[in-house]
Design a protein around this ligand. Sequence first.
Ligand code: GDP
Ligand code: MG
Length: 162
Amino acid sequence: MLPVVALVGRPNVGKSTLFNRLTRSRDALVADFPGLTRDRHYGEGRVGEKPFIVVDTGGFEPIKTEGIVKEMTNQAQLAVEESDIIFFLVDGRSGLIPQDQRIAQSLRESGKPTYLVVNKAEGMSEVVKSEFYELALGEPYPISAAHGEGVRALVDMALEKY
Ligand code: GDP
Ligand code: MG
């Protein structure tokens, strides 16, 4: 079985852009419209030396169920459960928001190996990382999915054990 990497995070952080970068495909929907990728979406990882499967999740829009706002839909929850590794994306340009905190909480509870990925970090100093330590998910990894910066290093590190 190939390791499965799930891309999770709130809408518009760059999950689909990273999916396309990792799979070297163009078939994930990338747009300025938050949450356009509605369903789970699988592809073959083609970055680095080891094969892997990557899952784009679009299901982290807040949804209202029985009066409570649920941050993680069943689709996204399932993607997390069936994955070996989580790339949790946050946005280095908009910074940390409460929705990130709530998703981080779910991911900590999942117990899955989670890498905290600070996307859109092109041209930014390392300082961009600092506010994300608060998520208690360890060291933040700045990348630029759009420009490809830091992506190979992230994959190599995450797949080191495989
Ligand atoms: P998703 O909703 O998480 O799947 O996010 P998308 O991949 O659709 O990207 C949302 C927006 O962020 C789009 O306008 C992307 O072009 C932009 N974006 C994605 N990655 C980067 C990046 O590394 N740098 C910058 N500046 N913008 C990015
Ligand atoms: Mg998307």
